[in-house]
Design a protein around this ligand. Structure first.
Ligand code: FAD
Length: 1018
């Protein structure tokens, strides 16, 4: 027998001792060429390709998929002739010798690359798509000499289709000579090097541009020395998992793998239990529809090249890719068929669903393809047809720097319009800056080119190889919108295309047949009320008002005599009345800074403050009730609980005339039954007191207060302990500090204000602790609270040491939790998610006609959040498309300085897979802040680097409650850094800081692309 080779489990990282066989990319008996990928294996950190650098035939026994094989052990064999091929059940080939390169460790420097001394790793131009042979170095994200950690992005490169990050999976120091920005480097060619110590770093750039014709240049590899592992398939080991896909489940492993492989989970169908997306699904998605058999690369056609006068410049990688693809398409025998379509109904339907017309047309095309399946097939050389079920539609988008990018919207046949629309918005954003991953632009099964918006009356387009046709959409004229399919006659004939276009025309002209018409969610029936809303706080009231405004018969059941809920009576408004008084006292300290004398001895008249507070609440409550009844909401006082999913009972026995205190529960003796079509639960969440020893007695005797009962105080206490460092605890701590109380705040976690950006929370803690009357203690566990008003003893553990303190009162600010038992939600079949009611982003519970909003569904327990969710529920009931997006929500903690946020922090953005960057400015450099001596704190702007949109703004600043208004518009309006930088802010105002920060970050981002030139001159 001739010599056989053993394919061994390669050692792909320093720490790898074994690997799992993920897939065999070749079958037993297949002819293997040098450099073929025969299998993929999962290491302790990544999924990687196994390439073989021998020729032969794949022979058994092969290690089973999912089996674990020790490094160096046999996975399979190569034999020289087809006759020697062994099947699965055969004995291992004892005499086989190692096949070679597949065992190369990732970290090994290829011996045949001429590398500088001391180099531990060559950073090579990765192959990021099947068609990529070279790439352009766009920017260096790290400087020469920088410490590089596993998973760091060191550079960005331009492939034939997009701009992509180059990640490094090793630690070290970046060392030269580095490839210059704008140079062209062959796949596998060196971009830069890693060395082990900063002393070994080499400065400088390598020689200039390398082109395909210059194979022997500095950055090219000698032929045959392609790295054993293709970087494109090597996921990072330490990436954070992607966030959960919308409306579906994905295993943690799948999310991690997807983050590494840049796979969009939203486009995948899960094959796990209940449709869960598994790691296998992710692996199959990357790259999308990888051709299984690729023939020898031979020129498909030899066209006569006609010389043109002048001096041509070399095409960019992208221009070349388009040129080659278009020239190849000349081999397709094409013909054209047109039809005029009236798109008015689809435009209207898309608008009412809140989706783009382009996406709606793509879905209509995919549905038409289910009837005319050949439109989704493709010709494959030679004389084969590729039949496919998945309709993946490519649609051209203009990139910011000119040129077209064609992102592919996958699975248009099976995904909901809403899901496709979310996916498309994301793709378009990144396509504009050419930041797509290969699986996001590779291998469409059909293409749409829409030039209608450019006003052209008629055009046709050139189909790309691998599709049966392309649809060209022109702008609507008197006859309608001309739609032309240019099709490949080898796959479809004229009649088929004509029938396809007719079905498409029907789909577009009668969208209600597949989109459904937007109908209110209220089921048909003889109900007492179309909708009942339970709770009259911000969530319930905003919902009821929107519904009443649309003529819906709505009842709002609230257990208090006046609407307003916790926010008006025991939350936002009374606490801000106290804060306003505390502000006056605090601000007097700044008077002398401006030369104002005689105001430094402010005194608090508690009775006067309380009179003002109560009168503001009562006036607002009265105004709210008049408005509610005026807009024809039926306001019913009583406590509602579910009898069934269409009936409530309203218990009025607990009704009281006092709106200030939380209403007591009734005895259930009197109850009116009410039937409803839809219900909205907006019952809020009362304060939650954890089971601390003797705290319950304190609640009884009044020594322990909550945010419900703190308003009963007759004066500011001398000593107060606050348990809990959330927004309520921190606000109250500083209010009482300003009132003259000695306050100690005890927080169990290692930081206060969990919802606030970490640096801002940390700085605020320092500022709060500067005042002698206020102490913030974190990582403290309270063990008991004993005593009565005037003498309450708090025992706690600090650093495992038992300590006590005696105070006049304890205020429990330990969070809020809905009280669901009295609502009897189980009678309506409503599900919970832990302690809160489960609701989706349309605020719909698991029962389709029952909704839940505000504190009762958890998340950010804030009044404006509840209000927004109330409006979302109303819109959904009315059949409109509206959803709550927490990533654009905001909040203010009314401390001094105020902590405030809108959108995401860098940390939160990164957890969602966004490449985020921040810019910050201290308040101390602002003129207005200097004048008023309010120089503590900072403002931060967080930006998505891929599109330079502002995704978060964070404040620690006096007046943040006003400044945040502009930031809210930036985030909710998806504004870009450039737009904020160009806005004309008035002087002198603190809003100027927004413009300054935007300009500064723009400049930094520009400069960071030029770090190589800096390194060169250093
Ligand atoms: C001290 C403090 C300060 C705060 N400051 C702020 C702030 O500055 N900014 C901010 O945004 N948020 C603030 N909040 C939070 C804010 O008050 C709540 O997030 C908001 O009130 C929640 O609105 P909601 O509609 O969900 O519930 P709620 O306002 O609690 O309203 C629910 C209403 O429904 C009633 N109800 C409950 N069950 C039933 C039933 N079965 N039948 C009939 N009626 C029922 C309740 O009694 C209540 O009146 C603060 C809270 C506190 C305690």
């Amino acid at each position: 027998m001739s010599e056989s080779y053993v394919i061994k489990m390669p050692q792909l990282s320093d720490t790898m001792t074994e690997g799992v066989v993920v897939s065999w990319e070749k079958n037993i008996g297949d002819k293997i060429e040098r450099g073929n990928v025969v299998a993929t294996v999962e290491t302790d950190k990544a999924i990687m390709d196994v390439e073989v650098f021998r020729e032969g035939y794949l022979s058994g026994p092969l290690s089973a998929i999912d089996s674990t094989v020790a490094v160096g052990d046999a996975m399979g064999y190569l034999v020289v002739s087809h006759d020697e091929v062994q099947d699965e059940g055969a004995q291992p080939i004892e005499e086989a010798v190692p096949a070679g390169s597949e065992g190369k460790p990732e970290v090994e420097v290829a011996a045949d690359i001429d590398v500088p001394k001391n180099v531990t790793h060559v950073i090579k131009m990765p192959q990021l798509s099947d068609t990529m042979t070279e790439g352009v170095l766009v920017s260096w994200e790290k400087d020469i000499g920088d410490k590089i950690k596993r998973g760091d992005v060191v550079a960005t490169v331009e492939t034939d289709k997009a701009i992509m990050d180059v990640e490094v999976f090793r630690d070290g120091y970046l060392s030269g000579p580095v490839a210059p920005v704008d140079s062209v480097v062959l796949v596998g060619g060196a971009l830069a090097y890693l060395v082990d110590s900063s002393d070994a770093v080499v400065e400088g750039e390598a020689a200039a541009t390398v082109t395909k014709s210059k194979q022997e240049a500095d950055f090219s590899l000698p032929s045959g020395s392609t790295p054993a592992l293709t970087a494109a398939s090597a996921p990072a080991s330490n990436v954070a998992p992607l966030s959960r896909p919308d409306n579906k489940q994905a295993s943690p492993q799948a999310r991690k793998l997807a983050a590494s492989l840049h796979v969009n989970l939203n486009t995948l169908k899960g094959t796990g239990p209940d449709g869960v997306i598994t790691a296998v699904d992710v692996r199959h998605a990357q790259p999308v529809e990888r051709p299984t058999e690729i023939g020898q690369a031979v020129p498909a056609h030899t066209m006569p090249e006609i010389q043109v006068p002048g001096h041509g410049r070399a095409m960019s990688a992208m221009e070349k890719a388009v040129s080659h693809s278009m020239t190849a398409s000349l081999t397709m025998p094409t013909f054209r068929v047109s039809v005029d379509v009236n798109s008015g109904a689809l435009i209207k339907a898309a608008k009412s669903k809140g989706v783009s017309l382009t996406v709606a047309i793509a879905r209509a095309c995919a549905l038409a393809m289910q009837k005319h399946i050949r439109m989704n097939w493709a010709y494959q050389p030679v004389d084969k047809l590729v039949e496919r079920d998945n309709v993946d539609i490519g649609m051209a988008v203009a990139a910011k720097d000119g040129g077209l990018v064609v992102p592919v919207l996958r699975h248009c046949e099976s995904r909901s319009l809403e899901e496709l629309n979310d996916n498309w918005s994301d793709l378009v954003e990144r396509a504009r800056s050419r930041r797509l991953t290969p699986e996001e632009y590779a291998n469409p099964t059909f293409v749409i080119s829409n030039m209608g918006m450019l006003g052209v009356t008629y055009f046709d387009a050139i189909p790309v190889p691998g599709t049966a046709g392309i649809l060209a959409i022109s702008s609507a004229g008197a006859q309608g919108m001309p739609m032309t399919v240019t099709a490949d006659h080898r796959v479809v004939n004229g009649a088929e295309v004509a029938m396809y276009l007719n079905t498409l025309k029907t789909n577009i002209e009668a969208p209600e047949t597949w989109l459904g018409s937007p109908e209110p969610a209220i089921p048909q029936g003889d109900w007492d009320y179309d909708v009942v809303v339970i709770g009259g706080g911000p969530g319930g009231e905003d919902c009821a008002r929107d519904l009443a405004g649309h003529g819906i018969k709505v009842a709002m059941i609230n257990d208090s005599p006046f609407p307003g809920g916790e926010c008006l009576w025991r939350g936002c408004i009374p606490s801000k009345a106290w804060r306003a008084a505390a502000d006056r006292i605090r601000d007097r300290e700044h008077d002398k800074h401006l030369g104002v004398q005689g105001t430094n001895k402010p005194e608090l008249d508690w009775k006067a403050l309380e009179k003002t507070r109560r009168s503001v609440l009562e006036t607002r409550g009265d105004m709210a009730l008049k408005t509610d009844t005026g807009v024809k909401i039926k306001v019913i006082q009583g406590f509602a609980s579910f009898v069934s999913d269409h009936q409530l009972v309203v218990d009025k026995t607990g009704n009281s005339k006092d709106p200030h205190a939380r209403a007591p529960h009734g005895d259930g003796s009197k109850g009116d039954r009410i039937t409803f079509g839809c219900a909205v639960i907006a019952a809020g969440a009362p304060p939650f007191v954890p089971p601390i020893d003797s705290a319950a007695e304190g609640l009884e005797n009044g020594g322990v207060l909550t945010s419900d009962t703190v308003w009963t105080l007759k004066e500011a206490p001398a000593k107060l302990a606050i348990i809990g460092g959330g927004a309520i605890g921190v606000e109250m701590a500083q209010i009482f500090q300003d009132f003259g109380t000695r306050v100690t705040l005890l927080e169990a976690a290692d930081r206060i204000l969990a919802e606030v950006e970490p640096e801002i929370a940390k700085q605020l803690t320092g500022i709060l602790n500067e005042d002698k009357r206020l102490t913030i203690m974190t990582s403290v566990g309270v063990t008991s609270i004993k005593g009565k008003p005037g003498v309450v003893k708090v025992a706690y553990k600090d650093d495992d040491k038992k300590k006590t303190m005696t105070v006049d009162y304890v205020l429990m600010a330990t969070g809020k939790r809905p009280e669901l038992a009295p609502l009897h939600i189980d009678n309506a079949g409503i599900e919970t998610d832990g302690p809160v009611i489960k609701a989706d982003k349309h605020c719909r519970t698991n029962v389709a006609h029952i909704f839940a909003v505000g504190d009762v569904i958890g998340g950010l327990m804030l009044a404006h959040t509840a209000g927004q969710q109330g409006r979302v529920a109303a819109a959904t009931i009315l059949g409109e498309n509206m959803k709550y997006d927490q990533s654009k929500d905001s909040g203010v903690i009314f401390s001094r300085p105020q902590a405030a946020f809108v959108g995401l922090s860098v940390e939160q953005a990164k957890a969602k897979g966004i490449d985020a960057v921040e810019v910050k400015m201290p308040m101390s450099i602002d003129a207005k802040a200097m004048i008023t001596n309010e120089t503590q704190g900072m403002i931060k702007i967080v930006v998505d680097k891929s599109n330079q949109r502002i995704i978060g703004v964070h404040f620690l600043a006096d007046h943040a409650d006003t400044l945040i208004g502009e930031a809210v518009m930036m985030v909710s309006g998806d504004m870009t850094l450039e737009q904020v930088a160009h806005a004309i802010h008035p002087h002198p105002t603190q809003t100027e800081m927004f413009g300054d920060m935007a300009r500064r970050l723009l400049s930094r981002l520009r400069r960071s692309r030029k770090v190589t030139s800096k390194a060169k001159t250093a």
